[in-house]
Structure formats: C-alpha cells, structure tokens
Design a protein around this ligand. Structure first.
Ligand SMILES: Nc1nc2c(ncn2[C@@H]2O[C@H](COP(=O)(O)OP(=O)(O)OP(=O)(O)O)[C@@H](O)[C@H]2O)c(=O)[nH]1
Ligand SMILES: [Zn+2]
Length: 370
C-alpha cells in the first residue's frame, strides 16, 4: 500500500505540498499573460505597469520563451523601480515542459529568497500561442498551485494589425495574430497615433468579429487604465461580474476576413447531465467531431458559458482554452425563471446552427432519462 502511494507521488509531484510554502491558501498570485504580435507594444505595457504600480511587488517574466536556441532565460522581479534578476535554465525550447519544471520552481525559489510578490506578468514572444502558456498556469491552479491565471491581454498594433491578420497562412494553420485575439480576455489597440479614425474603426470591427467576448481598449504608448488590465479574474468567477449578463450581450459574429476566426453563441433552455455535457465538449474539443456545412471540422480556440446541470442549484461556468476545459460551480443560484444554458465559442469553421443542434441533442438525451 505504501509503495503504491509513493509511486503515485512520483508521478504527480505537483500534488505534494511544497515545504516552507510562504503562502497560505487563498493567497494565490495572479499571472497575467501579455501577448501580441511583434512590436505591438508589449514591453512598453510592461514598463508602464512597473512604473505605475508602486504598491505591488511585481515579478516579470520577460523571456522570449519558445525560441529553441536560447538556453538561459531570466526572470526579473521589480520592486520600487529596482530590478532583481534570476536566471532560469531551460532544458529545451518548449515552454510547456520547461516552465512547468523550471519556471514555477524558479518563481517559488525567488519568493523564498526575496519574499513573496503580489503579481506576475508574463510577456510572450510575438509569434507565441498564448493558449499554450495559459493552459500551463491554468492546470497548475487546479492542482493547488500558488499561482493562478488571471487573464490574457493581447496588445494590438493599430497600424500593422490588419496586415498581420490578413496574411495568408498555409492550409490548416491559424493566423497567429488572429489566434492571439481569439484567446484574449482584453485587447489593447495600441499606437492609435499612427492611424486615422476610419482605419481604427475598421480594426475595432475586425477584432470584434473575431472575438465577440473581448473587451477592447485603445491607447498610445500602451498607457491604459491598469484597473482594466490587472485582476481581471477571467478564469474564475471572483470578479463580481455577472457572467450570464455578460454572455447575453455577446452576438454571433460575421467573419470580416476570409477563413477567419469568429464567435458563435446560442442559448438553450433546460438542464443537462454533467456526463453528457462532457461528451459533447470532448467531441467538440478533442475529437473535432462536428463539421460545418463545407465538411470542415469545427476548431474551438476559446469557449465560455454558463450551463445548468440537473440537480445543481447553482450555475456552472464552462471555460475552455484549446483542448483544455473546466466546469466550475459559481456562487450564483438559479432563480425562479426557467434555466437557460448560454454558450460562446470562438474558433474556425464554426456553424452556429449545427453546434446548437448538437447541443440540443445532448440536452434532450438527458430529458429522456428524467
Ligand atoms: N508611434 C507609436 N509607437 C509606439 C507606441 N507604443 C509603442 N511604440 C513603439 O513601438 C516599438 C515596439 O514596442 P515594444 O513595446 O518593444 O513592442 P513589443 O510588443 O514588446 O515588441 P517585441 O517584444 O519585439 O515583439 C517601440 O519602439 C515603441 O517605442 C505608440 O503608441 N505609438
Ligand atoms: Zn517586447
């Protein structure tokens, strides 16, 4: 018996509490991922946050993760204008493996040495898939990590974004700039000094056509109201924002660009069983089992929803990033009105009617059982 337990520990080191953990539960540190195409203004935003936020101890991960050649990366911690640096040794260029093994450990080491910090900002490279980075922190939070994913912020270059978004990609590949917008909880259209009103409107409409959920700020030199950037709580439900109300405002979008990513949303009344819902989500995200009218598989990049699980008094939040998803009970209790499931999908080849039909099939299956 003991042996079995030890084996399990070996397989899942994350489950073992870290000795001397300086944080008590509930004192988790938020991580904001700052992404955006090459030269959009990510570093400018980081520097702005560091100069504006005097009362927070902020750790910054400034690395160009994912670029295979570099072996050493630094982790910089800023406090009151002073910068501490810790070198990380990354065994390979894969962010998912190396940061999980090294990055989180380095963050914990740093906290042991320098005392804990309040916030982590992570700048990805211009071409990175922020979904890979996001899922790392997201999953670890599930395992009781000291760190949780607060939000994905995508900085957009007002002048060059349309050019990046319309760049033709080889068949099957998603445009990186569009993916970064699809995954964002917040987008910052930066460098508005370089475009006229008409160009800005066009870009704003295009961003909205890709991601019907995202909040859009506009600025120069990445100077934005930081209360709109930090502590978003995009992946939990502690922001006090009523997700039902938020999702109600989302509209299915019409693609502005050829073969582009778009948002579809629908609502279906009734309650469903968690098991059947899992089957639906896994068919969609993992099996890519649903096809649009042209026979192309629907690819979901981001997923958000409120669902009603039969027998549960509280609303359940659904979150997905690429192939990862999570169902989380919210504190919100269903009211007197009939329960309505509201779902928002952001991705490619999405067909609202077909998706809704598949979802209704799921709901009806449960109805049969009741
Ligand atoms: N005209 C103009 N230039 C800006 C603005 N914001 C940033 N820049 C400039 O744009 C350039 C790129 O800014 P960065 O903050 O380094 O961009 P980045 O996204 O970190 O770039 P990479 O890390 O190389 O992908 C810098 O020269 C900035 O000074 C703006 O609002 N207007
Ligand atoms: Zn940068």
């Amino acid at each position: 018996m003991d042996e079995v337990l030890m084996d399990e520990d070996d397989d899942c080191p994350e489950l073992v509490p870290i000795a001397g953990n300086p944080l008590s539960p509930g004192e988790q540190i938020p991580v904001t991922i700052i992404t955006g195409y090459l030269g959009a203004g990510k570093t400018t935003l980081l520097n702005y946050i560091l100069t504006e936020q005097h009362n927070k101890r902020i750790a910054v991960i400034l690395n160009e993760f994912g670029e295979g050649s570099a072996l050493e990366k630094s982790l910089a911690v800023s406090q009151a204008g002073e910068l501490y640096e810790e070198w990380l040794e990354l065994r390979n260029g894969c962010l998912c493996c190396s940061v999980k093994d090294n990055g989180l450990k380095a963050i914990e080491n740093l906290m042991q040495k320098k005392g804990k910090f309040d916030y982590i900002l992570l700048e990805t490279t211009g071409l990175a898939d922020p979904g890979a980075v996001a899922s790392m922190f997201w999953v670890d939070a599930e395992l009781g990590s000291d760190i949780y994913l607060d939000g994905i912020v995508t900085v957009i270059d007002a002048k060059y974004a349309m050019q990046h978004l319309t760049e033709e990609k080889p068949e099957g590949l998603v445009n990186e700039a569009a993916r970064q917008i699809a995954l964002a909880d917040l987008t910052i259209i930066n460098k508005t000094d370089l475009v006229n009103g008409e160009e800005l409107n066009h870009l704003r409409d295009t961003v909205r056509s890709i991601n019907g959920l995202v909040k859009i700020l506009e600025c120069q030199k990445s100077r934005v109201d930081l209360s709109q950037v930090l502590d978003l709580h995009s992946f939990d439900n502690k922001d006090g924002v009523n997700l039902v109300e938020k999702l109600q405002l989302v509209k299915t979008t019409r693609p502005h660009l050829d073969k582009s990513i778009l948002t579809v949303t629908f609502e279906v009344s009734g309650s469903l069983s968690e098991d059947v819902l899992n089957v639906f989500i896994q068919d969609l995200l993992w099996e890519k089992a649903f096809k649009n009218q042209a026979g192309l598989p629907m690819i979901v990049i981001r997923l958000k929803g409120i669902v009603s699980i039969a027998g549960k008094a509280k609303q359940v939040m659904l979150q997905g990033v690429h192939e990862l998803y999570e169902l989380d009970e919210t504190p919100q209790v269903w009211g007197e009105e009939p329960r309505v499931n509201r779902l928002v999908f952001i991705g490619r080849n999405l067909d609202r009617e077909i998706l809704q039909e598949q979802f209704i099939l799921t709901v009806l299956k449960v109805g049969d059982r009741n």
